[in-house]
Design a protein around this ligand. Structure first.
Ligand SMILES: Cc1cc2nc3c(=O)[nH]c(=O)nc-3n(C[C@H](O)[C@H](O)[C@H](O)COP(=O)(O)O)c2cc1C
Length: 325
C-alpha cells in the first residue's frame, strides 16, 4: 500500500484508513475488531443486545488493540451499567444504532469517547445532529441486518447536506470493496462501515458452514423482513426490518405474518430446535453485498484491498475529463 485516503473521519477518530467494522452482534468479537484495528481501520465490537459476559470476553480477546464498541439503543437502554462498564475500558469509539442514542452519546462524551450514530432516514439524522454525535453512519436498505427502507444513493448526499461541511459521515449498506469506498466518497461520505464483507472474514465469530453459505449466495437471495424478529421473539421496534438470506422459513412466512402469529408457539419451538447451522430455518444475516463476496479472507487483507482499490480508482478518476472541443 503506497497511499491511503485521509478524511474528516480518519482525522477525528485517529485511524489510518477510512474503513470501519460494523459492530455486528456476536459476529464482531474481539478477534475481528482487533484484526481491523491492527490493519488501520476502526474495529468495533458488537455489543448488540448487551450481554455483559460476551462484551467482557470480546474486550479481553481484543487485547491491547484499540477497539471500540457498538450498542443497539433500544436494547441497551435497560442496561446503563453495561455502557458505563464499557466506557471504563476507554474504547476507541462508541457507536449507537436503532433508537434514541442521545443518552449513550452524552455518556460517551462525558467519558471523552468519540461517538458514531447510525441513521436510516433523514429525520434520524436530524436527531443524531441535535445530540451532537461525532460521526453519522448513513445506512442504506441494501445492508445486512436491521435497517429501514431508504436506499443509500440519495440518502447519503442528503445527510451530507444536512450535516454540513465539517462532520464526519460514513456510508453503510451494500459496500464491500474499493469501488464502494470511492463512490461513497463522491457522494459525500468520509469512509465506509462494512458488515457483510467482514462477516465473510477469517476472524469473524461464526461457523464454517455459515461462512461457506455467505460465499455461495448472492444479493438476489436476500430479503428484508420482519419474519425472524417475530419468530425469535425479538422485541424490535416495528419500523425496523432485518435483511437475511432468503430461506424456506422466510419464504413460508414473509407474506403471511398474521398466519405466523397464529401458530407462533409451534413455529418458535421449531425455529429454536433447529440446528444452528440449518440455514433453511435459521436466520443467516447478510446484505446485498453478497454479490461482491467470493471468498473468506483475513480482515486485514480486506481493509488493505478496499483502500488500495479505492485509491487506484481515485487516481484514475480524472482520466474521463477531456477538453471541450
Ligand atoms: C451479521 C450482521 C449483524 C449485525 N448486527 C448489528 C448490530 O448488532 N448492531 C448494529 O448497529 N448493526 C448491526 N448490523 C448492521 C451493520 O451495522 C451495518 O449497517 C451493515 O452491516 C452495513 O451493510 P453491509 O452488511 O452491506 O456492509 C449487522 C449486520 C450484519 C451483516
Amino acid at each position: 500500500m503506497s497511499q491511503t485516503i485521509a478524511t474528516r473521519f480518519t482525522r477525528r477518530f485517529g485511524v489510518p484508513h477510512p474503513v470501519a467494522l460494523a459492530p455486528m452482534d456476536k459476529v464482531a468479537g474481539g478477534r475481528l475488531a482487533a484484526a481491523v484495528a491492527r490493519a488501520g481501520g476502526l474495529g468495533l465490537i458488537g455489543g448488540g443486545y448487551g450481554d455483559p459476559t460476551w462484551v467482557e470476553a470480546a474486550f479481553a480477546e481484543a487485547g491491547d488493540a484499540p477497539v471500540g464498541i457498538g450498542f443497539i439503543a433500544w436494547s441497551v437502554a435497560e442496561r446503563p451499567e453495561l455502557v458505563a462498564q464499557s466506557l471504563a475500558r476507554r474504547p476507541k469509539a462508541l457507536m449507537v444504532a436503532f433508537g434514541d442514542g442521545g443518552p449513550l452519546v452524552e455518556a460517551a462524551r462525558a467519558a471523552g469517547v468519540p461517538t458514531l450514530w447510525q441513521v436510516h432516514r433523514m429525520e434520524q439524522a436530524e436527531a443524531a445532529l441535535a445530540a451532537e454525535a461525532d460521526c453519522l453512519v448513513v445506512q442504506g436498505q441494501e445492508a445486512g441486518g436491521h435497517g429501514m427502507d431508504r436506499g443509500l444513493t440519495a440518502l447519503l448526499p442528503g445527510v451530507r447536506d444536512l450535516a454540513g461541511p465539517e462532520l464526519p459521515v460514513l456510508a453503510a449498506g451494500g459496500l464491500a470493496d474499493g469501488r464502494g469506498l470511492a463512490a461513497a466518497l463522491m457522494l459525500g461520505a468520509d469512509g465506509v462501515l462494512l458488515g457483510t464483507r467482514f462477516w465473510a472474514s477469517a476472524e469473524a465469530a461464526g461457523s464454517a458452514v455459515a461462512k461457506a453459505a455467505l460465499v455461495a449466495r448472492g444479493g438476489d437471495e436476500t430479503l428484508r423482513s420482519k419474519v425472524f424478529d417475530v419468530a425469535r421473539n425479538a422485541a424490535w421496534p416495528w419500523e425496523f426490518t432485518g435483511r437475511t438470506v432468503t430461506n424456506a422459513f422466510a419464504r413460508r412466512w414473509h407474506e403471511d405474518l398474521e398466519g405466523l402469529q397464529r401458530v407462533l408457539d409451534a413455529e418458535r419451538a421449531r425455529y429454536d430446535a433447529a440446528d444452528p447451522d440449518d440455514f433453511e430455518t435459521r436466520a443467516l444475516i447478510a446484505g446485498e453485498a453478497l454479490d461482491l463476496i467470493h471468498e473468506i479472507r483475513p480482515a486485514g487483507e480486506i481493509v488493505a484491498q478496499v483502500v488500495d482499490q479505492a485509491a487506484a480508482l481515485l487516481r484514475r478518476a480524472g482520466e474521463v475529463l477531456v477538453p471541450v472541443s
